[in-house]
Design a protein around this ligand. Sequence first.
Ligand code: FES
Ligand code: FES
Length: 153
Amino acid sequence: MEIAFKLNGEQVTVQTEPTARLLDLLRYPLGLTGTKEGCGEGECCACTVYLDGDPVNACLVPVFQVRGREVLTIEAIDRHSLEPLLQSGATQCGACTPGVVMMATWVTTRPHLLEQFSARELMAGNLCRCTGYDGIIEGLQAALDVDGAEDGA
Ligand code: FES
Ligand code: FES
């Protein structure tokens, strides 16, 4: 089946099984290996990408659902967004890092969410088996401070 969608700003058309997982399509035929597989069943958020601007678990999305829509992967994220997380000790093996960055970047564009939820609650879906969560939360906080400082400049 032919499926057309926008991927990281470019229009793409792929031949694929409609029920193939978006995660597999991204990593193998399309070569975007920045999106990682952790649990493969919607529990860890290592495979987080944006679908029409909102985070989804690519391991749970059948490809037919992205037809005519827009997918953004870690490859499209400005490296600037990664710095606070990379510097906070939030990475070790790196398997969770792309998903953490995708979620944290999404949160930094919606700071009003922090009026309702703590940073730890917002990141609760992203599982990390290596580092503990303090570094991730500190990195998110630092990213929010950076963005806040830039917004105010
Ligand atoms: Fe998709 Fe864990 S690999 S949620
Ligand atoms: Fe290894 Fe998070 S750094 S799973």
